[in-house]
Ligand binder design. Structure first.
Ligand code: DGY
Length: 329
């Protein structure tokens, strides 16, 4: 007898408890290896499932959606960002898209502060020194970094994560400034003592630290272009835990090499998913992490719970609670 359970195909290996939960409710095909699916495997998947569970490493573009079978009705993304999914085309084809917002907020904000501190306080130099076995004890002049207390933090994108970073930065004594499409309500601005800049250029040139927290869309692609990067103070640093494409990475690399900017802390990279690799090297003023801001056991489990909830709600005949509406993207 054919199964009445939804056919769900998961494109990457997920944490074991998440895979177990998915298997309890649905007719699931799990991934044996932690390799992203090839294009051919993705095509095969969208032809043969009711629900696809992709991750940010899959390109769910119009070409792929165009090859989907009639039965594909939901793309339940395991992750918050949906810049790898053509949400507009999916909607035209009557396919819903959901994501896992809100869950990564605190972990990503924590990692942002870790990057800000790592770069400004030269932690990679300190770690390298300890690893070398050459440390001889305290020195009044060694490894001097710069204090973050009293410094100006410019947050680009004051959504959930931007606000969580602002809260932390406040506790560290930083002055919070922000730019986003819309000004936040006083109820949000006031407790954070956050200053709104309508003009991003005006903000960028005055900040000691710039931290990126907007989503990657056609409008924010290379938002931090060469001109904006060059307008930063030469002793400022930039941190990115959002998406690599928001910064012109080549321009940033040139500026770091030429010491036109003091440093960078990056968890995301422009070409991290297209096989081109990373064209930056960790060095004393550059801290690089492998897209791990949300990598806590708790977050990855809760992301799975949201995916299950989105699919179950859809299966029960309702809209998934985290449905992504194209206008939001
Ligand atoms: C997301 O979910 O979009 C995050 O980038 C994963 O870390």
């Amino acid at each position: 007898m054919p199964s009445t359970r939804l056919k769900v195909i998961v494109t990457r290996r997920l944490p074991e408890p998440v895979e177990k939960r998915l298997s309890e409710f649905f007719d699931v095909s799990l991934r044996d290896t932690d390799e992203p699916m090839t294009r051919a495997e993705l095509v095969e998947a969208v032809k043969n499932c009711d629900v696809l569970v992709p991750t940010l490493t899959d390109r769910i573009n119009s070409g792929l959606i165009g090859q989907a079978g009639e039965r594909l009705k939901l793309i339940a993304n395991y992750g918050a960002g949906v810049d790898h999914i053509d949400v507009h085309t999916a909607r035209q084809r009557g396919i819903l898209v959901s994501n896992t917002p809100g869950i990564l907020t605190e972990d990503t904000a924590d990692m942002t502060m870790a990057l800000i501190l790592s770069v400004t306080r030269r932690m990679s130099d300190g770690i390298a020194h300890m690893k070398s076995g050459e440390w001889q004890g305290w020195s009044p002049t060694a490894l001097l970094g710069s204090r973050i207390s009293g410094k100006r933090l410019g947050i680009v994108g004051m959504g959930r994560i931007g606000q969580a970073v602002a809260k932390r930065a406040n506790a560290f004594g930083m002055q919070v400034h922000y730019h986003s499409r819309q000004r936040q309500r006083p109820a949000i601005e006031e407790p954070l003592e956050a200053t709104y800049w309508e003009d991003l250029d005006e903000m960028v040139k005055r900040m000691d630290v710039i931290s990126i927290h907007c989503s990657h869309t056609a409008e924010t692609y290379h938002l931090m272009n060469a001109k904006r990067l060059k307008s930063m103070k030469s002793d400022a640093v930039i941190v990115n835990t959002a998406r690599g494409e928001i910064i012109d990475e080549n321009a940033l690399k040139r500026m770091l090499n030429d010491k036109e900017i003091a440093g960078a802390g990056l968890d995301v990279f422009e070409h991290e998913n297209d096989g081109e690799g990373i064209d930056l090297t960790p060095q004393s003023n550059v801290v690089l992490l492998p897209h791990m801001a949300s990598a806590t056991v708790e977050a990855r489990q809760e992301m799975g719970d949201r995916v299950v909830l989105n699919i179950k709600t859809f299966d029960d005949g309702h809209r998934p609670p985290d449905q992504v509406i194209p206008a939001m993207v």
